[in-house]
Design a protein around this ligand. Structure first.
Ligand SMILES: Cc1ncc(COP(=O)(O)O)c(C=O)c1O
Length: 382
């Protein structure tokens, strides 16, 4: 009888083979991603997520939470509070605006994701003064000269614009804004954090937003925000901060080493391991590795039509290459047949560019393998 009950209960679950077998017969395990996010995730990190579940109010979770936040601060070299949420980075792009702006914000954009933040501010009922920098160009002090008057409560912009592969000089921008006035400074660091040294001790930002699926080399699903005391003080005066991204409530929970809503525990396990790996590599070495990869892609790009951004402002994480007359879809299909995946162009420059993501756990050696496969594909096209 007992055997019969056991057999029944086992049968309620799908057979083990259904879990073990990947949908396309396991082939997808060989996929090599050089995409702009989600990016390649090392098998060891994927595996870390299978540790047994714990609840986010347990003593064990609190110890884990405290430890990941402490090491994240160490990695980013900051004493700012860092909060995490189950969500994508956009949760906190919205959160920054909802908590720090009553009415007026200045949104500077040089691509799709700068546009996105402006859209987010408008969707939350804020008055947005817009500065539009041409796509492919950096946001420079001259872009904001004379634009930051007393009415501006916050300025937001993207550090590394993922649609164009342009890295804007953060320190210069902050200096230029501060010379004019003293608004909050919100930075989208989604594709620069953990790959580019943002020098947070020198560069006083009030919100730095990022996500797990980029240079942290983790699966998607964790959003992060580093906040200043100045932003937290302002948040107390701002109405309608919402619930999910209310930084005051989130801080209260974070101070108790937990989250406001349920923490994505499996992702925090992955973060736990990744932080150990990042600190073992050393952040300076990590930043150098990303810079080196950007150089490798730039050199390769001369085989085609060069890069969209000028070298001085090129991203450490995303190479945006001019397509010229290359039939990208055909090229990419052939590359994919070899197991490699890169990314299409994005937004306004979609038809004339394509993108190579080289962040997280991508290395110069694995990047060179991709470029070799790209060489072979170009040969086939001749
Ligand atoms: C620069 C930048 N900002 C914001 C986002 C949006 O991030 P998420 O999809 O994690 O909300 C992205 C996504 O690619 C991005 O590259």
């Amino acid at each position: 009888m007992l055997c019969f009950i056991m057999a029944l209960s086992i049968r309620e679950h799908p057979p083990a083979s259904a879990h073990a077998k990947a949908p396309n017969g396991g082939k997808e395990l060989d996929r090599k991603l050089f995409t702009v996010g989600p990016v390649h995730v090392d098998p060891e990190i994927l595996k870390a997520q299978t540790r047994p579940m714990i609840t986010h109010r347990s003593k064990e979770y609190k110890a884990l939470h405290a430890s990941v936040i402490e090491r994240l601060k160490k990695a980013l070299d900051t004493d700012m509070d860092i909060f995490l949420v189950a969500g994508s980075a956009s949760a906190f792009l919205e959160g920054a605006v909802r908590n720090g702006v009553k009415s007026n914000v200045l949104g500077i954009t040089n691509g799709s994701f700068g546009d996105r933040w402006i859209d987010i501010s408008k969707a939350n009922g804020k008055n947005v003064k817009e500065i539009r920098v041409p796509w492919g160009k950096p946001i420079l002090p001259a872009s904001v000269e004379g634009a930051v008057d007393d009415s501006i409560e916050a300025v937001h912009f993207v550090s590394n614009e993922s649609s164009t592969g342009v890295l804007s000089p953060l320190g210069d921008m902050i200096d230029s804004i501060k010379k004019q006035n003293d608004p909050l400074i919100f930075v989208d660091g989604v594709t620069s954090v953990a790959a580019t040294d943002l020098q947070l001790r020198k560069n006083n930002v009030d919100a730095l937003v990022f996500g797990s699926q980029k240079a942290l080399g983790l699966p998607p699903g964790l959003g992060f925000i580093a906040v200043s005391e100045k932003l937290m003080k302002k948040a107390k005066e701002v109405q309608n901060r919402g619930f999910y991204t209310d930084l005051i409530k989130i801080k209260k929970n974070n101070d108790e080493n937990s989250t406001l809503t349920t923490s994505p525990v499996s992702l925090v396990y992955a973060l736990d391991l990744q932080l150990d790996r990042m600190l073992a590599e050393g952040m300076a070495a990590r930043y150098r590795r990303h810079r080196e990869m950007a150089g490798i892609v730039r050199t390769w790009s001369s085989k085609l039509h060069g890069m969209l951004p000028e070298e001085k402002y090129s991203s450490d994480t995303i190479g945006v290459l001019n397509r010229g007359d290359l039939d990208f879809d055909k090229f990419h299909a052939s590359l994919k047949a070899k197991g490699y995946e890169i990314s299409n162009g994005y937004g306004e420059v979609k038809q004339r560019t394509f993108r190579i993501g080289h962040m997280g756990d991508v290395t110069p050696a694995t990047l060179r393998e991709l470029l070799k496969a790209m060489d072979e594909t170009l040969e086939e096209f001749k």
